[in-house]
Ligand binder design. Structure first.
Ligand code: ADP
Length: 394
């Protein structure tokens, strides 16, 4: 079965056509700088030479259309069993579902909670509906992996009726990534209790037991939990109300600040990429150091929380852009955690393995680096959805 995984970004679009039987990538394409005079388009077929061109790509429709025209050089659209999306959030909907009008309405209902991601997904889904009228569009919601989080972990201390009326509670995100880490940690280390640290432009930590999340750092929206590149992370609600009053901010202005002016960027005043932060910090920029240390402190705090909730983990995993690539960040996070069973091996950490252990041989809890693979999880779930629905129809 062939499944196209669509990965829309705010000014980019990427896709991969998978043969899900052996998970080979048959075709992949990347469109960058959508809307620019000088858009960048590249694509290639399985092990073929990559082709790259610079051309004007006015909008999302043009971007997706371009990739489908290339795909059609070797495959027919009829061969594509479904298009899969790593959808973020929808009111009252989670799991792996067909993106029907009612699901799209549910995504719109919770759009204010994840506006940046939801808007690009809604645009991309709309374009696909126009271009591929008979191919099912399937979404795996990022909240799905967290459905087993118990009520005592997902409830906030607000009147219960608001939870019932509006669904105000913790949901959790990065589900595809944490799920992959849970599966891979089981495969590699036979781990049943895993703490997964997804540290990148967007970051979260998840406590995983027997393959499913039992708690996670992000709450009702992806703006909570750890500091993100520019998104705020945990914030006292009364601090927010006070700020709004002092600055005379509207809800829309406040939302914009929380999404685009907070996190690492907010503390460092202008730096949001860990590579830039580390460089600036090493050159003596104290604000960059503060952003780096604050981020690491938050991660440490969540690790401690999840060590308690899991009654100790079997393995702690670092993944995503910074988790996989920054020995300095991992060292800062794990400093002084030996007494709770986390012993980092400095030499292994500095060697920065693509995948493998970075703990000492005697560390009571293993520490590992594992590259995440969100598309794998989405493709597999979409395949399962298609098979189940085809069986039902037959
Ligand atoms: P996203 O959450 O945006 O999908 P990624 O998981 O790809 O992002 O992570 C991107 C981030 O990873 C970058 O913004 C950068 O901060 C960080 N990163 C990537 N490579 C390195 C590196 N070698 N050292 C430190 N940080 C890195």
């Amino acid at each position: 079965m062939k499944i196209l995984i669509a990965n829309p970004g705010s000014t980019s679009y990427k896709c991969k056509l998978y043969d899900v039987q052996d998970m080979t990538v048959l075709f992949q394409a990347t469109v960058e700088r959508i809307g620019d005079e000088q858009g960048i388009y590249s694509y290639n077929f399985n092990e073929g030479e990559p082709s790259k061109e610079i051309l004007k790509i006015p909008d999302y429709y043009a971007a997706v259309n371009l990739t489908l025209e290339s795909l059609k050089q070797k495959f027919s659209i009829g061969e594509v069993a479904a298009v899969g999306f790593k959808t973020v959030h929808a009111k009252g909907v989670t799991g792996c579902v067909e993106l029907t009008d009612s699901v799209i309405q549910a995504m719109k209902d919770y759009q204010p909670l994840a506006p940046v991601h939801t808007d690009v997904y809604l645009t991309a889904i709309d374009v696909f509906k126009k271009l591929l009228k008979s191919t099912p569009l399937i979404g795996l919601f990022e909240t799905h992996f967290h459905v087993n989080i118990p009520p005592e972990a997902y409830l906030y201390g607000i009147p219960y009726e608001y939870y019932e009326k509006y669904g105000i509670r913790k949901y959790g995100f990065h589900g595809a990534s944490h799920r992959f880490i849970g599966m891979r940690a089981k495969e590699l280390y036979d781990a049943d209790k895993v703490i997964s640290c997804h540290l990148g432009g967007s970051s979260s930590v998840s406590a995983i037991k027997d393959g499913w999340s039992i708690d996670t750092s992000m709450g009702m929206s992806p703006q909570s939990g750890l500091l993100n590149a520019k998104r705020v992370g945990d914030l006292d609600p009364f601090a927010l109300l006070y700020l709004m009053e002092q600055e005379g901010l509207s809800i829309a202005e406040t939302r914009e600040i929380l999404i685009s002016k907070g996190g690492l960027y907010g503390i460092s005043e202008g730096l949001s990429d860990f590579r830039d932060i580390e460089k600036a910090m090493n050159a003596g920029n104290e604000r960059a150091r503060l952003a780096f240390k604050t981020f690491a402190y938050y991660v440490k705090r969540y690790i401690g929380e999840y060590m308690a909730i899991l009654n100790r983990a079997d393995v702690l995993v670092f993944t995503a852009g910074a988790g996989q690539n920054s020995p300095a960040l991992r060292k800062e996070i794990l400093q002084g955690m030996e007494n709770i069973g986390l012993e980092l091996d400095d030499r292994k950490n500095e060697a920065n393995p693509e995948e493998g252990l970075i703990s000492t041989d005697l560390s009571p809890v293993k520490i590992a680096v594992i590259p995440t693979n969100e598309e794998y999880v989405v493709a597999k779930e979409v395949e399962r959805f298609i098979r189940m629905n085809m069986t039902k129809k037959d």
